[in-house]
Design a protein around this ligand. Structure first.
Ligand SMILES: Nc1ncnc2c1ncn2[C@@H]1O[C@H](COP(=O)(O)OP(=O)(O)O)[C@@H](O)[C@H]1O
Ligand SMILES: [Mg+2]
Length: 256
């Protein structure tokens, strides 16, 4: 008699893969064509784990903004694979992609990109309102978050009435208000003084520790490096090295 057939192994993600929030493999991206073609990403390999704050550092022009734009689904890569919580945006229909991104990703743009005719609290509420959340709830959550970033007194101000640092904190609150699983920030402390920057990083640090979330932060600001779990060094369109950071919680007993 033949031996009983061996059952096929159950396909399960490898243990390591379960904890991967972002997986980039050999990602390439060029801008322009012909003589003006610029190869911005030349084969990026990078994994971001859930629960971690990964900082992306490197010289101006090395491809940091391009990489996080691909990760956040703002730009399509030309080649290579980029998965966010296992999802490949290139396989989604545009409407599904917009919807998925709106629920799962928060992005802080280097230039803030606030809507000029909306007040601070309205700007922050936008990600909830476009998900058709009740307006009163959206405004309450937006107000609470603005209070968290020290802008309780400026809820009704228009962006033009706010300083750069205040606008940056509005942009950060807007990226967090809908509880996204992936938060991507381009130089989030560039306009903040040390104390405000530390306070904002403490908030981001706390969120990154949340279950099944991850943060990717592009920064030049060495003062915030201690908050990173890992630092990825980028140069000329590639990740050159990754080192362990301190993953510091805000210092105890001092202003966070
Ligand atoms: N929209 C664009 N059109 C053409 N070239 C671009 C564009 N955006 C970025 N680049 C070029 O791509 C390279 C990487 O840019 P970027 O990702 O903005 O770098 P970083 O954020 O590290 O400063 C640079 O050489 C830059 O000039
Ligand atoms: Mg940039």
């Amino acid at each position: 008699m033949d031996p009983a057939p061996v059952p096929a192994p159950i396909e399960r993600p490898h243990e390591d893969e379960i904890d991967i929030a972002v997986h980039c493999s050999d990602v390439m991206k060029a801008y322009g064509a012909g003589n003006t073609r610029v190869l911005a990403l030349r084969g990026v390999d990078l994994n971001v784990r859930t629960g971690e704050m990964l900082m992306l550092v490197g010289p101006s022009g090395c491809g940091k903004t391009t990489l996080i734009s691909v990760i956040a689904g703002i730009l399509d890569q030309d080649a290579g694979e980029c998965l966010v919580f296992g999802e490949d945006f290139r396989r989604m229909r545009t409407r599904d992609k917009t919807h998925w991104r709106g629920r799962n990703i928060g992005f802080v743009f280097q230039s803030f990109n606030l809507l000029p005719t909306l007040t601070a609290v309205e700007n922050v509420a936008v990600p909830l309102l476009i998900q058709h959340q009740p307006r009163a709830m959206a405004m309450a959550r937006a107000s609470a978050l603005l209070e968290r970033v020290g802008l309780k007194e400026r809820l009704r101000s228009l962006p033009s009435q706010l300083s750069g640092g205040q606008q940056q904190r509005v942009a950060i609150a807007r990226a967090l208000v809908h509880g996204p699983r992936l938060i991507v920030c381009d130089e989030p402390t560039s306009a903040l003084d040390h104390e405000t920057g530390s306070s904002v990083m403490g908030l981001l640090r706390e969120i990154a520790r949340g279950e099944n979330r991850a943060l990717v932060i592009v920064t030049h600001d060495a003062r915030i490096f201690p908050y990173a779990d890992r630092l990825a060094q980028m140069d000329d369109g590639r990740i050159k090295s990754i080192s362990a950071g301190q993953g510091a919680a805000p210092p105890q007993g001092t202003h966070p």
